[in-house]
Write a protein that binds this ligand. Structure first.
Ligand code: NAD
Length: 260
């Protein structure tokens, strides 16, 4: 059922996005990869996916902090691979600081990339999905779309906003064969965490390996960082026919972080 469909996965040059693109490609989906990085990094990733999974793949570099960047990406994806029927809004950034000292420019940037870009990509992708009578939109939010953490004002505001956006679009599209869901991962083993792991190691005088577990255990007793492939597998399931009635949900994959 997914074979031959086209997916656009934002922020898929790395981490959760790349794992998701691979999970979709393994089910026969053509994938448009995207990242902030140049074609020298992205094109080999796309060729690797084509060779490994026998599907068409492409790569577009675009800064999603402006509406124009998102417009360029969505248009390029549709031009190269055809109608986008699966949209994974995954690109995201983190910045930590106490709210009173939070740099205004960083606030604007986090909100633009983590929230507004998903709105723009969604509004641009919806007309073709509506015409086809089928679509899947998956927003990669975070546990921070469900609960707060100190020093993460912009990230938590953006991710809570993304969960809200998910609910609204799910309601609007429920009768049209288009499902819209948010995934809410806990700490996942990707480069996004590097800065926080290094800071924890420095502050606590521990090794990087000890810091990975130390950081984890400030929030959950779960024994390891989450494998990005586990997030990709959940996203693949949400694209299946079996998940047709799952819409408007915010699904934690968080080692019981939000169970507390
Ligand atoms: P990552 O750093 O490995 O990947 C981030 C991706 O976003 C890259 O492809 C990068 O090119 C892209 N990106 C960064 N800035 C951009 C910009 N201005 N314009 C366009 N693209 C940009 O991170 P990841 O951990 O795989 O994160 C993916 C998503 O998962 C993010 O939305 C993040 O908030 C979310 N998330 C991550 C974790 C975690 O612990 N790693 C937990 C919960 C949620």
């Amino acid at each position: 059922m997914l074979k031959g469909r086209t997916a656009l996965v934002t922020g898929s040059s790395s981490g959760i996005g790349l794992a998701t693109a691979k999970a979709l490609a393994a089910s026969g989906v053509q994938v448009m990869l995207h990242g902030l990085e140049g074609a020298d990094l992205g094109e080999p990733l796309a060729r690797g996916i084509e060779q490994e999974f026998g599907v068409r793949a492409g790569y577009v570099s675009a800064d999603l902090s402006t509406p124009e960047g998102v417009e360029h990406l969505v248009a390029a994806a549709a031009d190269q691979l055809g109608v986008i029927s699966i949209l994974v809004n995954n690109a995201g950034i983190q910045f930590t600081a106490p709210t009173r000292d939070f740099p205004v420019q960083r606030w604007d940037q986090v909100l633009a990339v983590n929230l507004s870009a998903a709105f723009h990509a969604t509004r641009l992708a919806l007309p073709a999905m509506e015409e086809a009578g089928w679509g899947r939109i998956i927003n990669v939010a975070s546990v921070h779309g469900l609960v707060g953490s100190a020093n993460k004002a912009a990230y938590c505001a953006a991710k809570h906003g993304l969960v809200g956006l998910t609910k609204v679009v799910a309601l609007e599209q429920a009768a049209n064969g288009i499902t819209v869901n948010a995934i809410c991962p806990g700490w996942t083993d990707t480069p996004l965490l590097n800065h926080q792991i290094e800071t924890f190691a420095r502050d606590h005088g521990v090794s990087i390996e000890e810091s990975r577990l130390g950081l984890l255990h400030t929030k959950t007793p779960y024994p390891s960082l989450i494998d990005p492939a586990a997030i990709g597998a959940m996203i693949l399931f949400l694209c299946s026919d079996a998940a047709a009635a799952i819409t408007g949900a915010a699904l934690p994959i968080d080692g019981a972080w939000t169970a507390q």
